[in-house]
Design a protein around this ligand. Sequence first.
Ligand SMILES: Nc1ncnc2c1ncn2[C@@H]1O[C@H](COP(=O)(O)OP(=O)(O)OP(=O)(O)O)[C@@H](O)[C@H]1O
Length: 860
Amino acid sequence: MVKVEKGPGFGGPKGVPALVPSRSGSTQNMAANIRVVVRVRPLNDKEKEQNNRIVVDVVDDKMLVFDPKEQMRPFFYQGVQQPNKNFLKRANKELKFVFDNVCGQNSTNRDVFEIATKDMLNSLMEGYNCSVFVYGATGAGKTFTMIGNKENPGITYLTMEHLFYTINSFEKDREFDIGVSYIEVYNENVYDLLKPSSTPLQLREDSKYGVMVAGLTLNNIKTARELLNMLENGNKKRTQHPTDANAESSRSHAVFQVYVTMRYKTSSQLRLVKLSMIDLAGSERASATGCVGERFKEGANINKSLLSLGNCINKLADGSSYIPYRDSKLTRLLKDSLGGNCKTVMIANVSPSSTSYEDTYNTLKYAARANKIQLSIKKNIVDGQMRLSQYVKIVEELKKKVKELEAKLTLTSVKNVKVEPGVDKSKVQECRSRLSSAVSAHSSLQSHLLSLMSQARVLALRRRMQSRAARRVEGFAHRSSNDTMHQICTEDIPREERAAENFVKQSVSLDTKIQNAWTKWNESQNKINAMFEDAVTNYPELSDFVKYLQTEIKLQHSNIKSDLRYKLLAIEAKENNFNTKYMSNMPHMIKKLYLTLKGYDKAPPALTAEYLDIMKKAKSAKGISWSGDENTDPHFRFVSNLDLDKPTTILDYMEDKDDLNSSVDATDCEDSTDVENVEPKRKGTPIKLVNNETILINDSFDSLDVTKNLNSAKKIKREVNPVIDLENYAPLDANDLNSTFVLAGKQEAWQTTAGKSEKEEPPAKKGLFDRTNTIQRSIVFNDNRAKTAKPVVGKALRVVRTGFGSSVARDGRPLERQINIQDASKRGVVKERSVGFKAVRARDRVNSHPYTRPNNNGRK
Ligand SMILES: Nc1ncnc2c1ncn2[C@@H]1O[C@H](COP(=O)(O)OP(=O)(O)OP(=O)(O)O)[C@@H](O)[C@H]1O
């Protein structure tokens, strides 16, 4: 804070110690104020000639005395020294001013730069806006301080030179872009000094960047030299006229601004900072400058703007809530620097000569007021393209790091194990290091296993999304004469089948890897558990360390689990976004269709009921669950859980009734009576058996009891014998009538082997085919003989209902639609029997359906 106080003088210039300008920055407690530096210029030739009194006494680098007491020549009367009293002389003010820095008459521009602006550049690099303005009476040395001359460059040049130097040192991790502008405010108009024009520019206020000058040219510069030339050219265009007080008096306020854009190479963080350097026109008394006419008008305008500046400074210093920035162009321009988000330095220039007594006094008072202004400043850091997901990622990573550090802390606390007296310390240490290396090996096994499991789960979720997408199209499918519709209805079928098969292939291959990794992990886990037990039994002092290692293993598990959840959530979120968009249009469309039908009186009561039902469901669907109940989405809970007890259960997860068995109404609109042509489930639906074998659904199936079927499958698998023994298979019950057995395994495809002896060759099969490495075959039963019929060979088996459509004919009788009938009366021999005509009719109808898949399962 500046203190203005009266006190005893210092006995004139002679008693003042030589001034050494301070190279330190501001004092710490003033950091938030406007920093004020006072510079006292040397006497000019005219002042020297006039032998004027010096009214500014610089005490040290922080204090000056204005109008100090003069040393009187001793006065003797009758040989006795009389008290110094000059009754004619005005009493000296003897005002002590303390500022952040005071630069005496011998200080150079470089000294001022070191004191006032050098440190500022550090703040600029940290993201703060900065500004410097020079204030003072005309001829006090403002332009000299700011611009200087070729021999003695001013602080603008020196600051820019240092800015380029600073930028060079930061260029390893940041990219910089520098633009400069140079304007003047003359007679309350703003002009561009770098691109002169007679039309004044307008000031605009931007909430982000503060006060801006509309239409201003920003010039890119690369070196301080370029700047010097630019300033020189700009200054030539600046309005200057000689006055009595200054032969080259600047009659305008000049504002030089540097816009620095810093982009961090490692992150997308962006910093936009502005450095403003303002050379104010001199405050003046008309009598001192001797101005009349145009010069007088200029002076009046200068004074008007400086008066507004003074008002703003006073209000800011008093902590007033309303600051009259809009009173003049100058205060509008300086709004940021005075009261905004900016680090500001004010350099007050004064002349030491008594001819400028009033001006100097006013300037010092001004400066003292400005020093009282408290600023609140913040860094200008802009979020450059940083997305929410990036933040989430960063937070997750940080959380992970914190956990790891916590674990490390635990480790350091258990590092120095206290050993009981009598226990061999080296043995304890040996056991400890054995445990450490075993756990580290186990961790890498666990990490490998968990990463494979994660891959399988991500794959499963993606597949789930894929099949959902396919079913969205299925929902629209119908027989249509419109080519585009027909194409959309049919083109996706082989694609979806291929996707399903690819998924199974990838899952099976991943499952094999998981199984292998799990076996190794399990062995290692057992070994480690045993080691832990031994260690705790033999060396109880290691129990803390064992606990720590156990926690570390769990921590690794939970870290990988959290990574997986993050990935899965991202996939789900994408799908949800799509669904929201997709679903939002649906009600309008349904309404339009319903109302159209109703308009033509073609909406049957059943349709109205269905429409009502959909409306009710839409009304009650809240979509948000507040309970946090994990049961709300068991699928997601399953897929995001890396349960080491069930490492390979992805295909079971895909065996999801909601997803795969939901009824699909592909009722043909053009023939709505053809209700039998209900689209069955996809081929290639994977079924994972408990023994880790996989079968694909060979054909469509409906809703037979899955558990029972799998049980039969297991039973048959268990009893499968390399030497085919049909009698050993469990008999099929009545539910298996009209059903297809699907057998799958990695055996070579058998061909019909008619004419060969049954001992040499496996039994002949028809309907046998090889597809994506998995042999599938169908053996179909259609009459009571099925009860005794047995599948011949296979690694896995599942009972599924055969074929397309309903098993009930229009007349209500069961359809016989089988082609191959296995006769198990003879061991290992399969006979074929033709099927009834109804079956053929049914199949023909299905084949002509636009939604029918190609019949590639080998049946005729
Ligand atoms: N520190 C200094 N050392 C040497 N000469 C100086 C110093 N300060 C100012 N001068 C000289 O004093 C004269 C007036 O200075 P300057 O033009 O900078 O004043 P000003 O405050 O900008 O005036 P105005 O407001 O009228 O433009 C110039 O000739 C300048 O060279």
